[in-house]
Design a protein around this ligand. Structure first.
Ligand code: AOF
Ligand code: ZN
Length: 363
């Protein structure tokens, strides 16, 4: 039964997918004498935690009850008060959690506090599922870097455009709508200057029901972004342009005057210091990034181990052409046994396309 109720808590936690950042998604289910008497999930950073919503629904029935929470109840005073105190006050008898909270401010303190107060604590129920649910939060809170997902879309023969550069559209509209659900649930979207110059993208979320626009990040070492670009003009979301010190000063000033933020990054022998960019974004509580190309920036991020997950769309069409580009540029590896490997692979059919997703293995 522990797994049954925990599964329910995991299900409701996900109702807030993409809305809790930089906080985790958390669900809580309160059970009294075999009945669910309260349920809640964390909805938005700065608002009450899952346990508080569930306790409010259970009212007096929380006394002597068991609570199932997908994450260790917090013990710290953050933007809200400690959930452990609320649970003790309500007279909950038993606390079942999926995993401890990797936030160093909590990290076992919540469970220790409950145990010290004589509460029965069970840990590790559906732990793997809970860790997967909060892969973004876990990466960000434990490294300070955002969790980055690379999205690519190519033909069956590995092309992202024809040799002329024409690329509209490789994948079906169903696959492109799926990409908008990804944009909706990421804090930021990142592209390189090549993609910006070629496509003049808006980098906004356009779903039938609207959606949340991510922060737009352009990797553009020489500040070549035109002042007339959609991401500069349209004011639909904030735009950050990452440039190097070699970028012309007047262009930087002009971009700033147009309302975009310009970030001056260090240079490495390989180009802009993209790890520094991630660090700055992490400090600003950007916990997830969707990388949408092009080939050069994809290659740099993969080479610097700055991609955690890959979403690769493959369309059943053959473009051909030895000069037609693929999704990852750079030099590439010199032998196939040095290729970047993915694990925990999932395959879906979306419209007429195939989506392969997986995680970059630790290198
Ligand atoms: C819980 N239940 O539903 C969530 C928790 O600034 P605050 O007060 O919102 O605290 C944020 C931290 O609290 C977050 O980093 C994580 O450690 C924990 N989130 N804890 O008991 C919840 N969302
Ligand atoms: Zn809490």
């Amino acid at each position: 039964m522990d797994e049954y109720y925990m599964r329910q808590a995991l299900t409701i936690a996900q109702y807030a997918r993409g809305r809790t950042s930089p906080n985790p998604m958390v669900g809580a289910v309160i059970v009294q004498a075999g009945h669910i008497v309260g349920q809640g999930w964390h909805r938005l950073a700065g608002t009450p935690h899952a346990e508080i919503h569930a306790l409010a629904q259970a009212g007096e029935l929380a006394k002597g009850a068991t609570i199932y929470v997908t994450l260790e109840p917090c013990s710290h005073h953050g933007r809200t008060g400690p959930c452990t105190d609320a649970l003790l006050k309500a007279g909950v008898k038993k606390v079942v959690v999926a995993m401890t909270d990797p936030n160093p401010k909590v990290a076992g303190n919540g469970l220790a506090r409950l145990k010290a107060a004589g509460i029965e604590v069970v840990e590790g129920v559906l732990a793997a599922e809970a860790a997967k649910l909060n892969e973004v939060f876990i990466k960000w809170i434990s490294t300070g870097l955002p969790f980055a997902s690379l999205k690519t879309a190519m033909s069956l023969d590995g092309k992202i455009a024809a040799y002329t550069g024409h690329s509209k559209w490789i994948t079906s509209s169903a696959a492109r709508e799926y990409v908008h659900t990804l944009r909706d649930t990421h804090d930021a979207i990142l592209v390189g200057i090549g993609t910006l110059l070629a496509d003049d993208p808006q980098l906004t979320t356009r779903l039938p029901a609207g959606g949340k626009n991510p922060l737009r990040i352009i990797v553009d070492s020489m500040a070549r972004t035109p002042l007339t670009a959609n991401v500069v003009k349209d004011q639909q979301s904030q735009t950050v342009i990452a440039v190097s010190r070699s970028a012309p000063k007047e262009k930087i000033t002009a971009l700033q005057k147009s309302g975009v933020e310009v970030l001056l990054l260090e240079q490495t022998p390989l180009g802009l210091n993209l790890r520094q960019l991630y660090k700055i974004l992490g400090e600003r509580q950007i916990s997830s990034i969707l990388v949408e190309g092009g080939a050069a920036v994809n290659a740099s991020l993969l080479a610097e181990n700055l991609i955690d997950k890959v979403y690769s769309f493959i369309a059943p069409k053959i473009v051909g052409g030895k000069n037609a580009p693929g999704p990852v540029g750079g030099m590439g590896v010199s032998a196939v046994d040095q290729a970047i490997m993915l694990e925990d692979i999932h395959t879906h059919t979306i419209g007429s396309d195939i989506l392969i997703s997986g995680y970059v293995t630790g290198r």
